[in-house]
Design a protein. Structure first.
Length: 384
């Protein structure tokens, strides 16, 4: 299933369009609109429940008995109603004396449990620079980071979108760096500064002709659109495309989540899609399930081996599409480098067929593939 086909079927769930009513940016009004939008999304399906055949995934085999509470601090976007309870029920089939204690705040708030010691596992979007630095300063070590499921509606992939009239067939990540980035002296890998990824202004791409277009397009300046740099999707794009740099195209137009006067959320993605549909010179990165306009199209990414990969649901699930993210699970090892036994079993369970079947049923995220599970399990097994 291609992204384009899926989004057309989901037009009814896109947040209010930017032109429907005047928008406001009062912080508390926007948060109220966001809360209403999250509630509206509850129980919606973003692909056919049970769509993926997961028989190749490893079955869960307990290595230790678990009893008592596992304290989970999670994003308020982690699954639809019933998902967390079904996950707990599946775990308790193996560990009847265990229970999950959930605290759901926000994607950022999930990390507070780890920092304060009130939580055993944090489940949210990717840690930002500040999140990781806070953890390192508190514990003088890195957290264990596990990809528990692939993003889809939650922690979504990014598409690279252009106006429908734009003839460019595909784009590479290096070209996207040239378009959205700027001269830099280095970039961040986690909280470590890496000067080896420095580059000069000669690799900036500012016209469509630099991407190979001819005729009237050749001298046309590129208008880059993106999330407000305070918004957490911008650091993710920086990590994946700009080598962790904070140096962006000097002409970047930043879009910010807003609300209409009647309290409807206007997503950043929808604002970008509509603005892109009105501007033949523009290019944008955004979440395709949240931003739709008939005058735009998503371009595939051209990989180093020459393949072009579109953001189909299968390419996102197996991570062959590069601008993909996950729902991340974070845990704190002890001073001896070991995970608490209950936490270790919980994470092993998440990386099993039984847990991934619940993801497959919920549909806000994508179940991991067998290859991805094997890679994530190696992280857990390294502390044996």
């Amino acid at each position: 299933m291609r992204i384009a086909a899926l989004v057309l079927a989901l037009l009814a769930i896109v947040p209010a369009a930017a032109q429907d009513a005047p928008v406001v940016r009062d912080a508390l009004k926007v948060q109220k609109a966001r809360a209403a939008f999250v509630a509206e999304q509850q129980a919606k399906h973003f692909y056919k429940p049970g769509q993926f055949d997961l028989r190749d995934l490893p079955a869960y085999r307990p290595e230790a008995k678990v009893s008592g509470a596992i304290r989970i601090w999670a994003s308020d976007l982690w699954g639809n109603p019933g998902f967390q309870q079904r996950l707990e029920a599946a775990f308790r089939k193996f560990h009847p004396k265990a229970r999950f204690v959930y605290t759901g705040i926000s994607p950022s708030g999930a990390f507070a449990g780890l920092l304060t010691g009130q939580g055993d596992v944090a489940i949210a979007r990717r840690m930002t620079w500040v999140d990781l630095l806070s953890f390192q300063r508190r514990f003088n070590r890195d957290p264990l980071e596990i990809a528990g499921m692939t993003g889809w509606s939650v922690d979504p992939p990014f598409v690279i979108a252009v106006h429908k009239d734009n003839p460019l067939a595909s784009v590479t990540l290096a070209q996207l760096d040239g378009v959205f980035g700027a001269e830099r002296s280095g970039g961040w890998h986690g909280t470590s500064w890496d000067p080896s990824v420095a580059r000069g202004p000669g690799k900036n791409i500012r016209t469509w002709g630099q991407l190979g277009l001819t005729g009237d397009w050749a001298a046309m300046p590129i208008d880059p659109y993106g999330y407000n740099l305070q918004y957490l999707f911008a650091p993710r794009f920086s990590t994946d495309v700009l080598k962790g740099s904070g140096q962006w195209n000097e002409h970047l137009r930043q879009f910010t989540i807003s609300a209409t006067g009647d309290g409807k959320l206007v997503s950043v993605d929808q604002q970008m899609a509509e603005a892109l549909g009105r501007n033949r010179a523009a290019i944008a990165y955004f979440a395709p399930l949240r931003g739709i306009d008939p005058n735009t199209r998503a371009m595939p990414i051209r990989l180093a081996d020459g393949r072009t990969i579109a953001a189909s649901i299968d390419a996102v699930r197996d991570h062959s599409y590069p601008l993909t993210d996950n729902m991340w699970f974070y845990a704190n090892r002890g001073a001896d480098g070991k995970l608490p036994p209950g936490v270790r079993e919980f994470l092993r369970f998440i990386l099993s067929r039984e847990a991934q079947e619940e993801v497959n049923r919920d549909t806000t995220m994508l179940p991991l593939t067998a290859a991805l599970i094997a890679a994530e399990r190696r992280k857990i097994d390294s502390d044996k």
